[in-house]
Design a binder for this molecule. Sequence first.
Ligand code: UDX
Length: 448
Amino acid sequence: MAVIAKHCQNIEIEVVDINKERINSWNNKNIHELPIFEPGLSEIVKNVRGKNLKFSNDVEKAIKTADMIFISVNTPIKRKGIGAGETSDLRWVESCARQISKLSVGHTIVVEKSTLPVKTAKTIKDILDASSPSDLDYKRSFSVLSNPEFLAEGTAIMDLEQPDRVLIGGEDIEAMNQLKDIYLNWVPEHKIICTNLWSSELSKLSANAFLAQRISSINSISAICEVTGADINEVANAVGKDSRIGCKFLKAGPGFGGSCFKKDILNLVYLSKYYGLTEVAKFWESVVRINNWQQNRIYEEIVKRLFGNLVNKKIGILGFAFKENTNDTRESPAIEICSNLINEGAILSIHDYKVPQETISRDLYPLQKDNNKKICWEYHKDVYEAIKGCDAMVLLTEWENYKNLDWGRISLNIKRPFWIFDTRSIIKREQLNDLSLNLWQLGNGNNK
Ligand code: UDX
């Protein structure tokens, strides 16, 4: 919405939420304390906030006065009942639709922005249409559009400013054109694709599934590299040079995290099973299985190299976010790997450039509960403090600064033999020369 506000100064945008605290943070005078960290976002918000972009809790007024409403709520994986663990929990989408149907005035275009299971637009439409009371003294009607978001965290502003494509799905051409006109303010027309509703919803799930599948593919090859003497970066480079394959999204690592990939694949699996497409379901399920396996094998590698015993060993964790340039930890491989290390008896010393201690505490809470609240990790703002006195360190997020650590300084304050587990392959082996530090890198056939 901030980017739309920047490019469409004639459009009044109101971002509403029932969560007062969150809206207050969006209105925070200190522009550097917005609720999410995203490079470039605070500068845009600073320029448009209070002009044509407002943040408020007055949901009712916003619905009553809106010509177009974007539903952008959470759609996490359902925890209980039919489809638990696979399909999305749509309770927030449904409650938005009910509220819109109760309060809207005149013709309202309702846009699905959240990523949703295929056919959700029908649910929204049914709710909107069913609840329109016939005895109102004014008329109202709705058009439902699907306009999935393809931005990635950390590069969100760039992805929005110069999208590969904008996708608009719908049945009402007039409504689709109105949404298209908004994007035309900065996106070239040939990049705006119009489809039917179901193609739009399915394209979003499929795009994420394809991206995740590439990561699982390269991660599976990383394990083969380690046992054959090949090097995953060399293989990825050679494979990616084929223009039919392309070089992006071929970076091996500790597995994909983030709020989208796993959820969207599981939605695809659920959809396939629902329609009896068992083999299709199994195919996509295997992408998630490889992802879990990758995280697990990294943890096993660490235990193996630390003589099968982690009890009372101190391990530095470099990076907790699911990728660089974000403070988001949802589905971060760090959660699973750290939990397993703690279970083995290790004491973790965690550092991240953007993830705050409270978030790590929330993510590791279930484990702490199991351990009778025994403190099994500490948090450090300074990366060198985090590694001090450790038996090993595990690099999990590819923060730029981790590429240039002062290994000489680190080597003065560690326990030996010291192991470095680099799951992102960003440490240069030459930098460790003569320091007697052991390095294990993911996908490297030269690991000793
Ligand atoms: C993803 C999609 O890219 C985006 O289009 C969609 O709108 C939302 O989901 P996001 O989850 O923010 O975006 O980040 P992305 O850059 O896709 O990375 C996802 C995960 O894959 C991260 O954990 C990242 O470390 C990992 N990854 C990515 C790799 O392991 N290797 C790669 O080559 C690329």
